[in-house]
Ligand binder design. Structure first.
Ligand code: PLP
Length: 394
């Protein structure tokens, strides 16, 4: 049905976000990919398809899936991509393909709470163990590797403390230990960073966040070389983490405005971070765009903009509950990457499944507030933060 894909990579990221992956020639001259709401597809009288090529909705290979895979491969500059039902489906399916019972993962010590809980509580049930590394201390990384280590797993920008991974150093380290490099690029998005261009083997996303960008669906993406993705797709097709065609359509629509949205969110986030940083009710701001961030120079070198995610500590005497309960525009809600600015306490949301000891180890205290900067006017957000801080003051 499709002609071979064009080489969209000679076009800019903004152009790729709009056009890459589109069906050519278009079905009925459509400009927008139609929704192929068909669970199954007719076969030729004689066919000889490999398992993953049998066209069936659970195999994530309908035309809507193919368009998205082409677009995401172009955006992350990888050979191929797979879309699936959620970020967690992308993460767990990838790790459960690359690592078998008896084997080991080397992972960053600050990760999205769902990933952290999977490593702590689910992976052991499958005979998979892990060791955590502090990304800021490369000299200690080697001690975490053992003869059974298979994967190095990190996040480009960590959730919720906005730690910044040194991509080049991690790739060099992983290659010297023959580890497959896997990175969750959700917080950055390909607009801010394309880790495959720094040598990462597999780039994962919760497409629920920036890629879709409208807070109205769940999806995941796995990008990388075909040789890595083939076995991951087989496992995904067995585990069943399918994205339905209608969500594919919505995700494709969201992706078309990705660069516009993320660039605007980065700009507003920097304004907000600078403003919060000088406020007496704020004890510290985690945002890589600030000179005070320990990895500011590295982030400036390896990123384009610093993204729309930040976190900050309310001063001790300020009440988190009063702060979160006093917004006029901003919403107190979890998730991120949408048009609405969202604030949340990670200790009570994304990381609520962690024990108190784990939370204390990571520095995720009750006064830590995470902000997903939306698309509202920056002045309206400053005004809302200002009045909420006033309401939270002693
Ligand atoms: N990775 C990061 C960095 C996240 O913040 C999240 C969810 O918040 C996930 C992965 C999981 O994504 P999903 O909720 O789409 O499964």
């Amino acid at each position: 049905m499709t002609t071979p894909p064009k080489n969209w990579n000679r076009r800019s990221l903004a152009t790729r976000a709009v056009h890459a992956g589109r069906i050519e020639p278009p079905v009925e001259n459509t400009v927008v990919t139609p929704i192929f709401q068909s669970a199954t597809y007719q076969a030729a009288a004689e066919y000889d398809a490999a398992y993953n090529d049998i066209r069936y909705v659970r195999m994530n290979n309908t035309p809507n899936h193919a368009v998205l895979a082409g677009k995401m491969a172009a955006l992350e500059e990888t050979e191929a991509a797979i879309v699936c039902s959620s970020g967690m489906a992308a993460i767990t399916t990838t790790l459960m393909t690359l690592v078998s019972s008896g084997e080991h993962i080397v992972a960053a010590d600050t990760l999205y709470g769902g990933t952290q809980m999977w490593l702590d509580h689910d992976a052991p049930d499958f005979g998979i163990s892990y060791s955590a590394i502090d990304l800021a201390k490369p000299a200690t990384w080697g001690a975490a590797v053992n003869g059974k280590s298979r994967v190095l797993y990190v996040e480009t920008i960590s959730n919720p403390l906005i730690g910044i991974a040194d991509l080049a150093a991690l790739v060099t380290f992983a290659r010297s230990h023959k580890l497959v490099t896997v990175i969750d690029n959700t917080f950055a998005s390909p607009v801010v960073c394309q880790p495959a261009t720094a040598g990462f083997d597999i780039v994962l996303h919760s497409a629920t966040k920036y890629l879709n960008g409208h807070s109205d669906l769940a999806a995941g993406v796995i990008c990388g070389r075909q040789k890595w993705l083939d076995p991951i797709l087989t496992r995904l097709n067995h585990l069943g983490g399918t994205l339905d065609p209608h969500s594919c359509f919505l995700l494709e629509r969201g992706l078309k405005t990705l660069t516009l949205r993320v660039n605007r969110q980065s700009e507003t986030a920097l304004t907000l971070a600078r403003w919060l940083d000088q406020h007496e009710g704020v004890a510290g701001v985690n945002y890589a765009g600030l000179d005070s961030h320990p990895r500011h120079a590295l982030a400036t070198e390896q990123f384009r903009g610093f993204g729309g995610m930040m976190s900050f500590y309310l001063a001790d005497s300020y009440s988190p509950a009063a702060f979160l309960g006093s917004f006029d525009v901003i919403l107190h809600a979890w998730s991120l990457g949408g048009p609405e600015t969202l604030c949340v306490q990670p200790s009570k949301s994304s990381h609520v499944g962690l024990t108190e000891r784990e939370l204390a180890r990571l520095g995720i205290t009750e006064n830590l507030i995470r902000v997903s900067v939306g698309l509202e006017d920056a002045d309206d957000l400053l005004d809302d933060f200002s009045q909420a801080l006033k309401a939270a003051s002693p």
